[in-house]
Design a protein around this ligand. Sequence first.
Ligand code: GLC
Length: 564
Amino acid sequence: MSLTAETRTDAATGAAESPWWRQAAVYQIYPRSFADSDGDGIGDIRGVTSRADYLAELGVDAVWLSPFYPSELADGGYDVADYRDVDPRLGTLDDFDEMLAALHARGIRVVVDIVPNHTSDQHAWFQEALAAGRGSAARERYIFREGRGEDGAEPPADWESVFGGPAWERVADGQWYFHNFAKEQPDLNWDNPEVRADFVKTLRFWADRGVDGFRIDVAHMLTKDLTEPLPSRAELDALPFDGNHPLIDRDDVHDIYAEWRRVFDEYDPPRSAVAEAWVDSSRVPLYARPESLGQAFNFDLLQADFDAAEFRRIVTDNLTLAAASRSSSTWVLSNHDVVRHATRYGLPPLGREHRGRGAEKQGAAWLRAGGPESALDREGGVRRAVAASMFLLALPGSAYIYQGEELGLHEVADIGAGERQDPTFFRTEGEEVGRDGCRVPLPWQSEGSSFGFGADGAHLPQPEWFGSFAVDAQAGRSGSVLELYRRALRLRHELQTDEQLEWIETGRDDVLHFRRPNGWEVVTNFGTEPYPLDRSIVVLSSAGDAAGTVPGESTVWLHTSAQG
Ligand code: GLC
């Protein structure tokens, strides 16, 4: 079977012309935890600039920065108080321009995060809405309602927020507002033309500065049908996600993206966008169409076990879906919302049962199982993670790498309650530990203050073992995870010349083998028994010296022209 994703052809010359993002390796930076240039314990924009050479040496094509905008940090920056500025703790717009220039000078594109579903409650609009009172135009930008019951003391509906707890919050004058996430993140009213116009202004603001693309946060939640009477939570839960659900994945959200697409296409080259849309796979192509955002995250691998059959099905399905939308697929194993994949793959079975959308639940299950050190197979987790990553980096489409995964970094589980920051932890009263464990500041040096993250401490505690994963402990050391990523990312530029993949049958349930038409082949052994190769020249192996086999839990890259 051969699967093809579209590469556009230039009508005049017939030459294949592929937009940069279709097969880009994109490195996700969580700015507050990447590198701290001023020693306040919080990573910043200048910190990113100071590591531009590191990113270039790693060999990534683009970076995606999670929000760096002014924020009260009720949700790690996804509560934005001003969409067109930099948080003073992270720097200034001048710092941003400098960073952009430094990355562009090294051939690295820059993608920023747009959070359109909600603002921070500190945003000028929300403050104005509180002050202006019921019935005002300012309240119309959000979703305000009267409560139920005689004195309106009951919320308009019994809905629950994504982070746990009620989804409606009462304000001083007695009205209620709707928030899908934390109460500090009031949802915007996307029926309001002013809201629509303001986001176009924000997109232009960053595109005009030279930003190459956008990652659209919870792209499937913006539009709502809140016609009275509002359904109950039970009624809501029983409704299908067919494009008409009152809150999720509504067809009318694409009117917004059609307008944005026109804006993106005014630029040369057109600005790219990728949707974060946790929707049924059958509906992902709607977001990935060229008329909509152009690309969408596929989170299937991130939710899968380290399992050959699961991986093969996911790859086949997603290449088909991407082709159907005339986009390319995206591949992700880790991000700032889930337990790092080295840890997921090292968890005992108890933990592995708790994966999926609430992958952070794994952390809780893991803690309850007796603590990280006793329950986690650290080495096995990294071995499997690296094998999976090398498989992913060779797939057609764009690959997303979350900061620290190139070090084989594990989740940090033992963060004290007093040091936790994620609203999930607080809103579930600790029942779910939340996402802080994958957001701990990176170790750059094996010793010294905050392992080289900054001059004076880190905003989340780094454990002792972080030192052994540090960049300086791995750089230049053959066989290290970092050097493997560097090599793979360099070779990837030769490998990603087409968007096709053909499976080769291996006769083993636990071994996958695929070929790209340009001669590259990839074999991943998900089992523990070595898999013999019928040729001897291996270009890259996640297990070091492969000696004519693919060792258990490893990936090799082969090239036919390199055959002995
Ligand atoms: C997305 C982000 C997540 C954030 C949420 C609300 O899922 O990835 O970090 O908490 O949106 O903005």
